[in-house]
Design a protein around this ligand. Structure first.
Ligand SMILES: [Zn+2]
Length: 235
């Protein structure tokens, strides 16, 4: 019986380790995903800034064409101004010139804004390009580490599963069945130790008489509060 309890304890340790390892393994894909998403977000931001620069330069070119148009119109009206035959005509040409000059000024203002914005975008691209490249290599490195960690965990799981099989095979069938039943209903922990006169599983106090009985290790006792298999602390 004593040996069976030791095996049960070993089995419990293995199952606890297996659960921890399995949980760790299951978190790896989302950790990889998060890393890749963060790198992709920076890259998307960078690409947006690059296409904004192209758009700004296009707009600037259009402004140059418009500006030239207004300048030509001003020049044209200025020539016509001298050939005006009536005062009304003269005034009309002046008004046209005034209008074109106003338009020219507003185009120039827009060009200044576009230029300033383009410069700011250029700076942003320069900074982000460095950051993005660094993040990219860092992400690659971290993902590789996670892949390695995944392999290690998978290997550890395989080893423990093998150990579990061997251990389980050495436990009497009835006891093993009970272990599995309690484990399934008690959040994966079927075996509890007596620590400081309490059940390590649910922390309920264990009567002194029961502690003595458990310590004899000749009979199976369950915690009366939580139903876990009680064994002597194995430290
Ligand atoms: Zn208990």
């Amino acid at each position: 019986m004593k040996q069976s309890f030791q095996l049960l304890w070993a089995l419990q340790q293995l199952d606890t380790e297996l659960r921890t390892l399995t949980e760790k393994l299951s978190r790896i894909p989302s950790r990889v995903d998060d890393l890749k998403k963060a790198a992709a977000a920076i890259k998307a931001d960078l690409n947006q800034a690059k296409s904004d620069i192209i758009e700004h330069k296009k707009q600037y070119k259009l402004c140059e064409v418009e500006l030239k148009g207004t300048e030509e119109k001003v020049a044209g009206y200025s020539v016509q101004l001298y050939s005006a035959k009536t005062n009304e005509q003269y005034k009309a040409f002046l008004k046209e010139i005034e209008g074109q000059k106003k338009q020219k000024a507003s185009i120039e203002d827009r060009m200044i804004v576009l230029m300033e914005e383009t410069e700011a975008l250029d700076r942003k691209v320069k900074e982000n390009e460095k950051e993005s490249a660094e993040l990219d290599s860092e992400t690659t490195r971290k993902v590789e580490m996670l892949e390695a960690e995944k392999k290690e965990i998978e290997a550890a799981i395989a080893t423990r599963q093998q150990q579990r099989e061997t251990t389980a095979a050495a436990i009497p069938a009835e006891l093993l069945k009970r272990y599995e039943r309690v484990r399934a209903s008690k959040g994966g922990i079927a075996v509890a130790t007596v620590r400081k006169e309490r059940c390590s599983g649910c922390l309920s106090p264990i009567p002194a008489q029961r502690i003595l009985e458990v310590e004899r290790q000749d009979h199976l006792y369950l915690c009366e509060a939580c139903g876990r298999i009680l064994i002597v602390a194995q430290e």
